[in-house]
Design a protein around this ligand. Structure first.
Ligand code: ADP
Length: 264
């Protein structure tokens, strides 16, 4: 909207009733987007009005996981987001042709996020989830500037090396004065399909380690909100655009994710 003043971000206004969670991770592939999408779908199934901003600009994958194949439409000068499984969603992938890569620098990313937050018609949301890119980059800083009241949810695997990186990503909350709502440990063991034993593919203790580390650095109690096992149904649900919390809510991953959603 060249020339006009930037619209205010409604979620940042004092008195906004929308809870905003920025889902962060240290590195990619730990299940950050899967967690975001499933928490959103679980909360929508509970009757909440939920939106997701796919702020993982370079690695956008939320629409596919959520089964949102619709395109945004423009009504007057607002963008109407498509919705799927009860969740409104916007992603940069909806504005790039085909599978074209996004090759942008910080200021462009900031502008895109600003538009996603202010120029998209979200209506009165109960919850807005932001799927951040992995690490501590430009977008995390932009989120802190645009929605200072956004609380950070840190996703890690149980692996010690992954936990260290995740802790670093979470600790930007100190500089940005944001609250960390808690830590989710994902890929917490694989229940053996042949016996009852748990195979700790990625070790143990990462979630606890991140929560303790962030409690120390922030000076506020950071809880582990839950741990999600490795579950083929979670991966299949993501590939098929039907989040496991809906397709198989009582599966190990589905029930773990629903329990975490209930704490937010
Ligand atoms: P990130 O957003 O951190 O890069 P994704 O959510 O894209 O990670 O997950 C990476 C891959 O791992 C996806 O294919 C996803 O389906 C799969 N995955 C994530 N968590 C689990 C889990 N608990 N069990 C099985 N597969 C998982």
């Amino acid at each position: 909207r060249g020339g006009t003043a930037e619209r205010e971000v409604p979620f940042a206004k004092p008195g906004s009733l929308t809870r905003v969670y920025a889902v962060a991770s240290g590195k990619g592939g730990v299940g950050k987007s899967s967690v975001t999408v499933n928490l959103a779908a679980a909360m929508a199934a509970d009757g909440l009005k939920v939106g997701v901003v796919d702020a993982d600009i370079y690695g956008h994958s939320v629409p596919r996981m959520l089964g949102a194949d619709g395109k945004p439409t423009q009504v007057e000068n607002m963008i109407m987001p498509p919705s799927a499984n009860g969740v409104k969603v916007i992603s940069i992938g909806m504005f790039t042709p085909g599978n074209a890569p996004v090759v942008w620098r910080g200021p462009m990313l900031h502008r895109a996020l600003q538009q996603f937050l202010a120029d998209v018609f979200w209506g009165d949301l109960d919850v807005l989830l932001l799927d951040l890119p992995p690490g501590t980059g430009d977008i995390a800083i932009s989120v802190a500037q645009l929605v200072p009241n956004a609380e950070i949810l840190v996703v890690t695997t149980p692996q010690q090396a992954a936990a260290e990186v995740a802790e670093r990503a979470g600790s930007i909350a100190v500089q940005t004065h944001q609250k960390i709502v808690g830590v989710v440990e994902n890929m917490s063991g694989l229940p053996c399909p042949h016996c009852d034993e748990m195979v700790d593919v990625f070790g143990t203790g990462g979630g606890q380690k991140v929560a303790e580390g962030l409690t120390k650095t922030t000076g506020a109690q950071v809880p582990v909100l839950g741990s999600i096992p490795i579950d083929v149904r979670l991966r299949e649900g993501g590939d098929e655009g039907k989040p496991v919390v809906l397709s198989d809510p009582d599966s190990p991953a589905g029930s773990a994710l629903r329990a975490i959603a209930g704490k937010l």
